[in-house]
Design a protein around this ligand. Structure first.
Ligand SMILES: [Zn+2]
Length: 262
């Protein structure tokens, strides 16, 4: 997970500004969850911002850094727009964070694997879906006007630089908590890794096999312009799984020329 830095003002497409105004106005006139569900089904206008969201991450999932050339990205609502689950159980009587359903700062570009609920071959369900647990449920915002900043979400947020630092990457290709002390930050990392299936769907194997070739290059070819160029490419924000490559390449930082690249 690489920190998604969005400049302010965010320079949103002019078309979106107009759509946003209309959708927020339409949404404010609705009073029931059923009406809102129908409205969202008809007006999934957040897709208009998909190109803008893709630009922010150089075409990678904001959560797992995967590139998905042959599939479509989803626009995930970090705070679910219509209903919330905690540990897979629906919150009784909740309506989701419907009032921020059209706010760009609640959107996260997501690959289908991170966003949609899906069972793997072992029957384990992954995908963020409507999951949104908090440290303290009593602080949850349940209506417009309440302060979202009081909430402490358990899932890590790619738009929070501190959150991105809570994950570490092993040369075995697995994503792990940066700290294994069992405290809140460690619990958040573990939940995010499990919920979004970072170590599922043969992702670690794919990273590991890519790393083997780079590792051999460093050891056998050493400080050579072509090797340096190859490493720089893996470390750049544009590259798939660049956080993993930064950690993996870092295992060779005893070589001064590698350290200079990090
Ligand atoms: Zn993803």
């Amino acid at each position: 997970m690489r920190f998604i830095y969005i400049v302010h003002p965010p320079y949103l497409p002019a078309r979106w500004i107009k759509i946003h105004k209309g959708r927020v106005g339409g949404l404010a006139a609705l009073t029931t969850k059923k009406e809102r569900a129908e409205y969202f089904r008809k007006h999934g206008s957040w897709r208009v911002l998909k190109g803008w969201l893709i630009e922010q991450s150089h075409g990678k999932c904001w959560y797992c850094e995967a590139k998905i050339e042959r599939a479509s990205f989803d626009v995930d609502h970090f705070r679910p727009k219509l209903g919330i689950t905690v540990d897979g159980t629906k919150m009784p009587g909740d309506s989701g964070y419907y009032w921020i359903a059209y706010e760009w700062w609640n959107f996260r570009l997501s690959c289908p694997r991170c966003n949609r609920p899906e069972k793997d071959v072992d029957g384990v369900t992954y995908g963020k879906a409507n999951e949104f647990p908090l440290l303290d449920e009593s602080k949850r915002c349940i209506r417009p006007g309440m302060s979202i900043s009081e909430e402490r979400p358990k899932l890590l947020d790619p738009c929070d630089e501190k959150d991105c630092k809570l994950l570490a990457y092993g040369i075995d290709g697995e994503t792990k908590p940066a700290s294994d002390d069992g405290q809140w930050d460690c619990q958040r990392a573990l939940l995010t890794i499990k919920q979004l299936g970072f170590n599922a769907y043969a992702t670690p194997e794919s990273k590991r096999s890519q790393w083997r070739a780079i590792d051999a290059l460093i050891r056998l070819a050493g400080n050579h312009p072509d090797v340096i160029s190859c490493l720089q490419e893996r470390l750049s924000p544009e590259h798939e799984y660049s956080s993993f490559f930064r950690s993996a390449i870092g295992t060779h930082r005893d070589r001064a020329w590698v350290e200079a690249l990090l």
